[in-house]
Structure formats: structure tokens, C-alpha cells
Design a protein around this ligand. Sequence first.
Ligand SMILES: [Ca+2]
Length: 428
Amino acid sequence: MKSPALFLLLATLFWVTLARAEVKSVPEFDELMTKYGNDVQLSAGAIYDAGVTELKAKYVTALERGLKAAQEGGRLEDALAFKEESKKISTGGEVAAESETTSAELKKLRGIYHQSMARLEQDKNKATNPIITALIGSLDRLVVTLTKAGRLDEALFVKQKKDKLGEETSKAEVKAAEAAAAAVTLEKGTFTNTMGMKFVPLPGTEVLMCIHQTRNADYAAFAAETPSIKAAPVYAPSVPKDRSGEHPIRNVRQIDAVAFCEWLSKKEGKTYRLPTDEEWSIAVGLAGKEKRSKDSTPESLNNKNTTDFPWGTEWPPPQGAGNLGDTAWKQEFPKETCIEGYTDGFPVTSPVMTFKPNKMGLYDMGTNVGEWVADWWNTMEKERAYRGAGFGTKVKGEAFSSKRGHLRPDVAYGNANLGFRCILETKK
Ligand SMILES: [Ca+2]
């Protein structure tokens, strides 16, 4: 069996050769294609085919082992999923995406399979690319030879084939690079984008969430490329200039936070967006702790849960809980109150990821700066919601994980200290 992609590529070229009535055949071209086809199959195709066969066999063995373990453990859902998958693969079916099964065990196994497959593809491309490059060079020379011989129709024919080959090859490279990037995500469960923003899976969802609040440095890159973004980041006097890039952006309008996500999406060919109110609740540890229905709005859920803070259930917060209105804040602003006895050391913003992350690996959730979300505040659709406390929070009722606020999306509020963090979608 030839590897399907290569076979398809070569077959397409030969088919187009036959389909062209005016030029039935260019013997030199056919000869080159046959020779390079053989080279590709010898150097990469055979290894790839053997790799795929071996991988499928390993996958089937793992499925059988998984089925046995699930049966013995009394896990019906996993057992059924393994049984069905095993049947499908041994009758020639393809391995579907992880997201298309609800069995966590099968998800894991499919993940490993796709990861190994991406590696095989990459190896194949690495071995094939020099051959394709050489073929394109030979075709270029053939075009010149045919032109000089006055065989102009044939020269044009070969040139078109050559252009098509170049196009297909770069498409295949892009696809392989994407698969490799997806494999990295899978391998570590995390993703780091071109800005150095780190993302982790948000449990129970198919999205990744940025582990940190969007930083001044991230926002500055966006502002530099976006003429309509006039507002330079506002630095509080006590934020040291040399580390200001690591502090969270604040005082942004909700529409500008949305625009940042759109800019980043375009830049990377991915889908970034603000979290929904529900995703933010999951991220702060409120999954299953709010009575959410289809009619829920941030307004209806605001401060309904009065047990949970981002760090647990203690008030005042334990030391190291995060950046809140602490004694350092009071020192800087003596007329203000503060959380008595709590010291985090930062009068205003702190560099992102200064404090311990939560169980999901997310930093500064519900502290440092408030975060815009995507939802409207209520059905009036006039104001957008934001979540979380910040460096100026000193009152218990303002610090609950369920606390929401609401403001117009198109106004920058100097005193609201609102920033945001990004969601990365994983579905194509
Ligand atoms: Ca503080």
C-alpha cells in the first residue's frame, strides 16, 4: 500500500496529464514522475506505511488491554467505548478525534495515537521534502529544454504541473506543522502561543484558558499594530517600570479586550476570545456550585454563593492567597481601609503569576485585577459583566468567587482596574 497522501498527489498529477486533450503525454515528464515517485516511496513511503501498520496494531492491543481492565474494574462506559472502538478499527475504520468520545480512558488512548501519527507524518515530510524540491528543480529544467525545442504546449503543461506540485507540497507542510503543534498541546496538555502566553485545559470543557491575566506587554503589541487603540497602558506610580510588562493590563474597555482576542486570532490563525461567565466560574472553582439554568445571567448569579473564595473558604484570606487590598495598599493610600492583618506586599498590581496557582494551574484567579467576561450583565444587554476581586478589594462581600460586576463595554473606567484573560478554542 502506498501512503495515501503521496499516492493521491501523484495520482492527481497523472490524472491531470491524461485529462488534458491538447497535450496527451510528455514522455520526459512521465519518466521524471515515475522515478521520483519511486524515490519517495523508497525513502519515506515504505517507512511511513510500516509505521502506520505498527501503530494501528499497537492501538488495537492497547484497546484490548483497556477493555479487559475496564471490565475488571466494573467501568461500563469505558468498557463499551473500548469494545466499539476495537471493532471499528479492526474492520478498517479510522481513529476519530478525542473529543468524539465521552470515555476519559478512550480519550487518553486516542490522544496518544494521534500524537504518534503526527510524528510519523512529520518524519515522512522531512524525508520527502528534499525529493520534492529536487523534482521541482528537474521540472524547471525540463520546461526550459522543451521551450528551447519549440515544444511550447508541452512546456506549458509541465510548468502547470510543477506549480501545482509546489502548491500541494506547501499545503502538506502547513498541515503537518499544524498536526505537530496539536501534538505538543496533547503531549503536555498545555499550549504556549507566539506571545509566550500559556494555556491549560479548562476541566469539563473543550477550551484552554490562559494561566495568567493578559499582560501590559501583550497588550502593547496589540496597541502597536492597532491604530484605533489610542489608550496606552496606564501604569500606577508604584509599578516599577522595568517589570511593568509583566503586570496585568488594566483600565481597558470590554470592547478593546474583545478586539485584542480578535487581533490575536488573526495573527495566529486560531480562535481566541473572552471567557464566558460560566467558563470563568469553572476556572475559579465554582463548577457545580452555582444553580445555573438556561435563564441564568451574571446578575442572577451574583454573590449567590457566599461560601467560596478563590483560595478556599477562609476570611480573612490566608497569607499568599493573592493580591488584594492588603496592608501595603493602606500604606500607599493611608485614607483607605484594608483587609486588616493581610499582607501581600503589593499596593497596586503585582506581576502576573507572583502567587501560587489554583488546582487548575491558573494564576491570580479572582485577585490582582478584575476580568471582563463575554456575557451581558442581564437581558437588557446594556452592560457587560466582569469577574473577580482585585488589588483594591478589602471587603469580604467583594471577594467571593461568585462576585460579579457590570459596566458599559465601551467606556474605560479609570478606577475599576479591569483587565481580562483569554480563552483558546480547540475545536476547528
Ligand atoms: Ca495588595
